[in-house]
Design a protein around this ligand. Structure first.
Ligand code: ZN
Length: 457
């Protein structure tokens, strides 16, 4: 073997066992049994997990897209944060610039990611313009290694092109792909924003009223219906509320392929944050909700209604978030999550008994790998899989401090939180990517991950 990880407790979605792991040519060649290697890593007393697969990030090339999408992290910064936090594969949203075709945008980001990503990556083409040529191009992308499309129900152009989006979903589903749907009803939100302006209630603390649960519930119901009638499996991104969750559960109960993602802010923060002086920094879409929503999401992770937890990593410098020219109807959305998501989920989920270690692996690695067509190369520890491994230290306690982390944002919504359970060593395709807190993979180390059709869970 090139490398043996010795004596760790190996956790997969299906099992927990003490075993040595042998790595050859970047892949797992043996699990358990006698083996020797030139390089050995002692994992005694640690857990060994498959590397995290975060299917929802926004790492942006500078200067593309409208300003509201110009998040601060590029591939080198974002993937350094990912690796430091135990995430070894990222799925980036590929937004075409104005007038750019979906195929050109994918070609651009394949080249950019290959040149600058520190870990393996894949791309979700964002369908901005569902005209016949773009739908044809999208179907071809789905059949050729990009089996997922992102559609925003939260953009005005959605309501003007519903038939085109339905046709796109029909074709994507037939080609073996998955539709990622941002579920907030644009007309409902515009109505709410208009009323807030008319009433002079545009201070940032009114942000939850600008994008209410009603907008999410309505769009989620529509998304489930769109999946039902087109036959395209649906993946609801960043679900935040119990009411929207109920709509998904009802769809699942009648056999619709509805998969639900949530993200850390909805598991750790509630809407009172917007009453704070710098509450604007917590703005994401949808907004933070109530404690009952938080409880419903944790329960749904355990019960299976929620399939994945992803970051939606979309950070800004703090000054940009707190820009005084913005109001409740125009706040900048998103924050840095890649370095903290797995430790926080482990700390608040596994260590408290809210979820098992195997369920943790399932929602952060195995399920996204299956849904995005990466499994079993990614998402598990088994012979033939890529040797993407995280040696996890269940006893390490660290105080979160965004100013010392890898995102260019320089702050974290969880600054000051003390969290127990962090990656100790991270291995990507058999090479040590993180050791002693230092990210070793150069920009450009990562490759476009090979993908096949979406796999049912
Ligand atoms: Zn997103």
């Amino acid at each position: 073997m090139d490398l043996v990880v010795r004596g760790g407790t190996v956790v997969t979605a299906g099992s927990v066992q003490v075993a040595d792991i042998g790595v050859e040519n970047g892949m797992i060649a043996q699990v358990g049994g006698p083996m020797t290697a030139a390089t050995e890593i002692d994992a005694t007393g640690r857990f060994v997990l498959p590397g995290g697969v975060d299917g929802h990030v926004h790492l942006t090339p500078a200067g593309t897209g409208p300003h509201s999408w110009r998040w601060i992290d590029d591939f080198p910064a974002g993937t350094a944060a990912a690796l430091a936090g135990g995430i070894t594969t990222v799925g980036n949203m590929c937004h075409p610039g104005s007038g750019e075709s979906v195929a050109d945008a994918i070609a651009r980001d394949v080249a950019l990611g290959s040149a600058t990503s520190r870990c393996d990556f894949f791309l979700h083409p964002v369908l901005m313009n569902p005209v016949p040529e773009e739908i044809d191009a999208l179907e071809s992308l789905v059949r050729n290694g990009h089996p997922s499309v992102k559609i925003f129900l939260s953009f005005r152009r959605f309501d003007h092109n519903v038939e085109g989006y339905l046709e796109a979903m029909r074709r994507v589903g037939a080609a073996g792909g998955l539709a990622l749907l941002h579920c907030e009803d644009v007309a409902v939100m515009e109505c709410c924003c208009g009323m807030l302006r008319a009433e002079g209630r545009t201070d940032a603390r009114h942000f939850p009223e600008a994008r209410p649960v009603a907008a999410e519930r309505s769009a989620t119901e529509r998304a489930v219906t769109m999946g039902e009638v087109t036959g395209c499996p649906v993946y609801v991104v960043h679900l935040s509320s119990a009411e929207a969750l109920d709509r998904c559960r009802a769809g699942q109960a009648r056999g619709v392929a509805v998969h639900v993602e949530t993200r850390p802010i909805y598991l750790f923060l509630t809407r009172e944050r917007f009453d704070e002086q710098d509450g604007a920094k917590y703005a994401g879409a949808p907004p933070l909700r109530d404690p009952a929503d938080v409880d419903a999401l944790w329960a749904a992770i355990r019960q299976g209604t929620v399939a994945t937890v992803a970051t939606d990593h979309a950070p800004w410098a703090l000054a940009d978030k707190l820009d005084p020219s913005l109001d409740a109807t125009s706040l900048r959305l998103g924050m840095a999550e890649l370095e903290t998501m797995l430790p926080m989920l482990w700390w608040a989920g596994v260590r408290t008994g809210r979820m098992s270690m195997s369920r943790f692996v399932e929602v952060t690695s195995t399920n996204p790998a299956k849904l995005f067509g990466l499994y079993p190369r990614k998402g598990t520890i088994a012979v033939g899989a890529d040797a993407d491994l995280v040696i996890w230290d269940d006893t390490a306690t660290r105080r979160i401090d965004g100013s010392t982390m890898h995102s260019l944002a320089g702050w974290s919504p969880y600054d000051g939180w003390e969290v127990t359970g962090w990656p100790r060593t991270v291995i990507t395709r058999g090479e040590i990517a993180v050791a002693d807190g230092r990210v070793r993979n150069d920009a450009g180390w990562g490759r476009l991950a090979a993908r096949t059709a979406t796999e049912a869970l």
